[in-house]
Design a protein around this ligand. Structure first.
Ligand code: FAD
Ligand code: EPU
Length: 350
């Protein structure tokens, strides 16, 4: 084949997923330009293999062998498209590192993403589960994205409505699962900093550091990074995929019942419903810091499952089943997994 593309066969994915799971792909290719994608998709079509787009691998659980073409999206570039008194519109290509992109927006006096500092992974994956942290979600700043339709090879544009964002959710996890490769994302930011400091003790930490003075965007970003480093394990030290389950949303009725039995239950109102802290539920089920073989929960944050070294995706899945079971036995709530599970061809857990 007369191609500059390097398609690897039987490629180890151990260093391509932040859980550090032992896994390999039938084929693996890195894509550095949108122009390379048609050839890559043609290769998968010829081999009759599914395509798995991959960013930083920080929200995936790989089975041991993926009979697929894994496409590492390494598209780079970021630019300010428009700046006026009311807004700054920025665009980034899908392979940009999310945290570096956030810092770049702040140095360009484009504000709004500071609370999303230090989330691992890429810009292209950010809309897939509508990343969120410290009271901000991607959807709050989203304008549109471009994505290549894997079947037709056409580039299509999705606006906010078309992406159907929800809590850790979008159309790309539902109706349009496995149909697109996101190539770029366009966001609308603010030329004026409007701090959002209401989550947890973020506001208190900043107030204590600055003696009550107004924080800069970099002060907020730094505080968010410090809190995250304190609570969450660094994947380069111990394998993990962040929160392994979503925080469940429950009805007022169920909330009233639970509150009677567990007066200290941690819950936040969301419209007419309540969102429970899944980490607290797991913790109360006695599962914080436990270990079974190579898998366990993180000592400082029970919602994070960790790989102690030699785990496979099946080990992680089996352990997460037991966590679900125990939480269900105690609270009558079935937790929903957050990361995407791939095994054999393509299957998902949820
Ligand atoms: P990957 O893991 O590579 O991919 C995730 C999914 O998106 C896969 O299904 C993949 O096929 C698909 N995908 C990736 N790129 C593309 C593309 N270009 N086109 C189409 N599909 C694509 N998440 C939060 O929301 N908030 C947090 O605070 C948070 N904290 C975390 C902390 C840690 C320590 C870790 C390890 C993870 C955390 N996460 C968090 C989860 C994770 O960082 C996000 O989901 C992130 O957006 C995943 O990016 P990625 O590039 O690593 O995606
Ligand atoms: N908690 C416990 N025990 C635990 C873990 C947590 O009691 O073992 C309590 C905490 O003390 C706190 C509450 O539960 O009162 C919530 O904990 P935390 O603030 O750490 O947030 P979280 O709900 O566990 C969510 C997101 C994170 C995001 C943070 C900050 C989900 C599934 N997770 O975690 O996102 O960074 O809030 O906004 O929504 C991710 O999605 O991968 C992720 C890390």
């Amino acid at each position: 084949m007369n191609s500059p593309l390097k398609i690897h066969e039987n490629y180890s994915l151990k260093h391509r997923n932040t859980l550090g799971l032992l896994a390999s792909a039938r084929y693996f290719v890195e894509v550095n330009s949108v122009d390379e994608l048609p050839e890559v998709l043609g290769f998968a079509r010829d081999k009759q293999l599914p395509v798995i787009p991959l960013g930083g691998g920080s929200n995936v659980v790989f089975g041991e062998f993926l009979n697929a073409l894994v496409v590492h999206i390494n598209l780079k570039g970021r630019s300010v498209l428009q700046r006026d008194q009311g807004r700054v519109v920025v665009r980034a290509e899908a392979g940009e590192n999310w945290h570096e992109f956030v810092l770049w927006t702040l140095t360009n006096e484009a504000y709004g993403l500071e609370n999303l500092s230090l989330i691992p992974g890429t810009v292209g994956a950010a809309p897939i589960q509508n990343i969120g942290a410290y009271g901000v979600e991607l959807k709050d700043h989203f304008v549109s994205l471009e994505a290549m339709n894997i079947e037709s090879g056409e580039i299509e544009c999705f606006d906010r409505q078309a992406v159907c964002f929800g809590y850790r959710d979008s159309v790309f996890k539902g109706e349009k699962l496995d149909q697109y490769i996101i190539t770029s994302v366009t966001l609308e930011l603010d030329p004026v900093l409007r701090p959002k400091l209401g989550y947890g003790h973020l506001g208190d930490l900043i107030a204590s550091r600055l003696d009550g003075e107004a924080p800069s965007a970099l002060d907020i970003s730094q505080a968010v990074c410090d809190i995250r480093r304190e609570k969450l394990p660094d994947p380069s030290v111990i394998g993990n995929a962040g929160s392994f389950f979503k925080n469940p949303e429950i009805s007022q009725e169920l909330m009233d019942q639970l509150k009677k039995r567990y007066p200290n239950i941690i819950a936040y109102p969301v419209g007419a419903k309540w969102k429970l802290a899944a980490g607290w539920l797991i913790d109360q089920a006695g599962l914080r810091g436990v270990r079974e073989g190579e898998v366990g929960t993180y000592q400082k944050q029970a919602l994070v499952l960790v790989n102690h070294g030699g785990a496979t995706g099946q080990n992680v899945l089996a352990f997460s089943d037991r966590v679900q079971q125990k939480v269900n036995e105690k609270f009558g709530i079935m937790l929903e997994r957050e990361p995407r599970f791939y095994n054999g061809w393509v299957s998902s857990i949820g």
